[in-house]
Design a protein around this ligand. Structure first.
Ligand code: NAD
Length: 496
């Protein structure tokens, strides 16, 4: 039975350096609840000396026979226990994350359960990973084996904290590495809580550090550090490019899960009830703060008017409320500054000629006065080349673009810097297949949207990133592959 850790017993001003809890060299910062601007906790900020120590402790832990020589099934057991500890704390994690991010409790519970599932899935794949004996083409036994990389930096964004943390920490530890997690500035609390659970579940000292702090200081120091052998990053494309450039100089592997501007396509024969529900969920759940948000709606012109009318009616009826209130569908955005950025993008589109079919501003009323709220917003009268259709908004904003001809549809859907996801709504299975194969995206959902499975690799193409998370090769993506040739010839090499 896991000993339950209480959130109110945790001092968030202490950061985690290899399992040692202490004030960060960068002081503290307040974490703010975007529901009403209230103060949640002061959290510790790491400094460069903390980065140095975390890397040194990580390197020592990876080299320690206690971890290095642990058999995969024994490592898997620790990971499994971490997953169980997360699940045992699901209510505490959800409540903490709802305060830190504003998200609904339903969503933060799902994120915590997803993190627990990630640890269990990774533990199971680790137990069943095999190395390869390759066909010999000479007098040798030849094999391909995998070794840990060493110290991995995991840099995560604010929109799904514990789930994206787990998606990096679990496979990196499974591979025998140490991990330094750098959570986003707006949402570090749950990562600090998670590290306590991991050590409580038996993770040996040194293998996990959690270093909150500014990306430009702590994140940058981690990426540049010669002792860091891989960076696993989820975040914006601008930051991703910066990290990739440094990784290029270092010749260091990097995985990048970046932004999106995903098309959702409605064919005229779609089940329109399903499509309306799917489009709404795809763009407005998580208050639009999702990399895979289906933010460009391509609806066939023959059903456009009726479809959009139903969509607008349903969007207006979405329940805005506090994340901890029962029945809330749309909670506040993560921070006031982010809400203001989204509002400015919508204002810019309207000034350029877009028509607002619903939303377009913050909701009115006392309940919303102090929070970072924004109404579900649907815009029309835009062209796919307009900034509002090209830039990632990361908020509850949908643009409607009509289409008539499939060739033109595919060209427009692909005419984007991004290539993360796509949704297709149709009863025509041949059309679904044709379009799905031609869309430039890492994931295509047909008659569903925003669904995930640990066993199905996820990632982007083009400016949406490179590398894949999830799936059976997940653990190996945190390892170096090594060839071993074992000479079996009774004769010396015939040279010289
Ligand atoms: P961001 O790029 O601003 O920050 C992400 C992380 O990088 C944060 O921890 C930040 O502190 C750190 N960082 C910032 N500058 C850095 C630097 N110079 N060096 C190292 N680290 C640095 O992104 P965000 O605003 O936190 O998150 C939103 C973005 O994340 C959106 O673009 C969204 O699409 C993307 N995202 C992608 C996925 C995916 O799986 N593809 C999932 C979630 C979010």
């Amino acid at each position: 039975m896991t000993q339950l850790l209480r959130v109110d017993a945790v001092d968030f001003s202490h950061i985690c350096v290899g399992g040692q809890w202490r004030p960060g060299a960068g002081g503290t910062r307040p974490s703010i609840d975007p529901t009403d601007g209230s103060h949640v906790a002061d959290y510790g900020i790491a400094g460069i000396e903390d980065v140095e120590q975390a890397v040194a402790m990580g390197r020592a832990a990876v080299a320690d026979p206690a971890w290095r020589d642990l058999r995969p099934h024994e490592r898997a057991r620790i990971l499994y226990r971490i997953g169980e500890a997360i699940e045992a704390h699901v209510d505490a994690i959800a409540a903490l994350q709802t305060r830190d991010t504003g998200k609904t409790l339903g969503e933060t519970r799902a994120l915590a359960l997803s993190a627990a599932g990630t640890f269990r899935y990774v533990a199971a794949t680790l137990e069943t990973l095999d190395e390869e004996l390759t066909a010999p083409r000479g007098p040798w036994v030849t094999m391909s084996v995998h070794e840990p990389i060493g110290v991995v930096a995991a840099i995560t964004p604010w929109n799904s904290p514990i789930a994206s943390d787990a998606q990096k920490v679990a496979p990196a530890l499974a591979a025998g590495n140490a991990v330094i997690l750098k959570p986003a500035e707006w949402t570090p609390l749950v990562s600090l809580f998670f590290a306590r659970l991991a050590y409580g579940a038996g993770l040996p000292e040194g293998l996990l550090s959690v270093l909150p702090g500014p990306g430009s200081i702590v994140g940058d120091a981690l990426v540049r550090h010669p002792g860091v052998g891989k960076v696993a990053f989820t975040g914006g494309t601008v930051t991703g490019r910066r990290i990739a450039a440094i990784a290029g100089e270092k010749l260091m592997p990097v995985s990048l899960e970046l932004g999106g501007k995903s098309p959702t396509i409605v064919l005229p024969d779609a089940d329109l009830d399903e499509a309306v529900a799917g489009v709404l969920y795809g763009v407005f759940s998580s208050t639009g703060q999702s990399c895979i948000a289906g933010s460009r709606l391509f609806v066939h012109e023959s059903v456009r008017d009726s479809f959009v009318a139903r969509l607008v009616e349903r969007a207006r009826a979405l329940r805005l409320g506090r994340g901890d209130a029962p029945g809330t569908q749309m909670a506040p955005m993560v921070a006031h500054a982010h809400r203001d950025k989204v509002a400015a993008m919508v204002e810019g589109a309207v000034a350029a000629g877009a028509q607002v079919l619903c939303g377009g501003h913050a909701p009115e009323g006392e309940a919303f006065a102090d929070g970072a709220w924004f109404l579900p917003t649907i815009l029309t009268g835009v062209a796919n080349t307009d900034p509002i259709c090209r830039e990632e908004i990361f908020g509850p904003v949908l643009v409607v673009l009509p289409w008539r001809d499939e060739e033109d549809l595919v060209a427009q859907a692909n005419d984007s810097e991004y290539g993360l996801a796509c949704g297709i709504w149709t009863r025509d299975y041949k059309a679904a297949w044709r379009i799905a194969r031609r869309i430039e995206a890492g994931t295509v959902w047909i008659n569903t949207y925003k669904q995930f499975s640990s066993s199905t690799p996820f990632g982007g193409v083009k400016a949406s990133g490179m590398g894949r998370e999830k799936g059976r090769r997940w653990v190996q993506s945190y390892m170096n592959q090594k060839a071993i040739y074992w000479g079996m010839s009774p004769e010396p090499i015939g040279w010289g």
